[in-house]
Write a protein that binds this ligand. Structure first.
Ligand code: MN
Length: 314
């Protein structure tokens, strides 16, 4: 996914709040081909949840057999990991390391940009009837921001079924299960389906801050009503969350140790300084070997937005 909604530089405040319940409305945007996304992070009032710094909920988009679907041409990333998770459909990923990988529901694509990578994402020619999923970005901590770029496809992640919940763990640990995916700061993330109605407790790490994005249905979190279209920030300091529902519901729950760093999120880059952003932008525009080339995508690479005045002035 490329950040086509805003190229404004967003300083990410790293301050975590104590246990709270903030409902932050998502913002709608159109990515072309009829694909609507709801951006949950960054939010003006909440830039980070642990190291999680970006979240788009895309679809559900009905796809005719010859539909275009998702078409995000080659674009660069630095300083982050992209976490792709599907509820329905398929996405074909290609990157400048030479990986071409189809992802389906229940599978995880984890791309570590480190010092620089480029990739494209598209609906494959052979595809299902709908496209629906989540894409997260995770900021790499300072010590790992220039790590070697890598790509990992996990054909499955741990599945946990208990208390009317079906959980798929794509980051961190829960109920003694461990996700195989490699991250660079303490965090957790999972797909939670409420398959039966009722009330149950989910264990949380009191040192983590958490957020919840429902994609279907409705539930209550510690007695507070939750519906799609809002990101619910829960703060930190909780050792459990009581989840109550009367009908099926689904969404993502994610959290982590507060990163404690101030970041700049500009376009598809996570950086610390304006110079880092300006250099990465110039390297992409010059087709510098730092980012490499994405082969096999039938379309143009994305041009970087212009730098705003405050960047040019520096
Ligand atoms: Mn991307």
């Amino acid at each position: 996914m490329s950040n086509l909604v805003s190229a404004d530089a967003l300083p990410c405040q790293a301050q975590a709040a104590d246990a709270c319940f903030e409902a932050l409305p998502t913002r709608d945007a159109e990515l072309g081909g009829g694909l609507t996304i709801r951006r949950a992070l960054p939010h003006r009032q909440r830039r980070l949840v642990g190291a999680w710094c970006f979240l788009d909920h895309f679809g559900p988009l009905p796809l005719e057999p010859n539909a275009t679907g998702m078409r995000v041409g080659p674009h660069p990333h630095i300083g982050l990991q992209t976490v792709s998770w599907l509820f329905e459909g398929e996405i074909l990923h290609r990157d400048s390391l030479g990986y071409t990988q189809l992802i389906r529901p229940g599978q995880l694509n984890l791309m570590t940009a480190g010092r620089g990578i480029a990739h494209s994402e598209e609906t494959p020619a052979e595809h299902g009837a709908r496209l629906h999923g989540l894409q997260f970005w995770v900021a790499l901590p300072e010590a790992h921001k220039n790590t070697e770029p890598t790509f990992a496809h996990h054909p499955e992640v741990p599945r946990i079924t208990r208390d009317g919940m079906a959980i798929q763990l794509f980051a961190g640990q829960l109920f003694g299960e461990h996700s195989p995916a490699q991250y660079f700061s303490p965090l957790t993330g999972f797909d939670l389906q409420l398959t039966d109605s009722g009330a149950r407790q989910l264990p949380l790490n009191p040192g983590f801050e958490y957020a919840v994005l429902l994609t279907e249905g409705a539930c209550e979190l510690d007695g507070q009503p939750c519906t799609p279209g809002q990101l619910y920030y829960l703060g930190r300091g909780r050792d459990h969350l009581t989840i109550t529902n009367k009908a099926p519901a689904r969404g993502g729950i994610f959290g982590g140790a507060p990163l404690g760093e101030t970041l700049i999120l500009w376009w598809n880059f996570v950086a610390r300084t304006q110079q880092e952003v300006a250099t990465a932008r110039a390297d992409w525009e010059a087709a510098h070997e730092r980012f490499g080339a994405v082969r096999g995508y039938d379309g143009a690479r994305l041009a970087a937005p212009e730098l705003s005045g405050r960047f040019k002035a520096s």
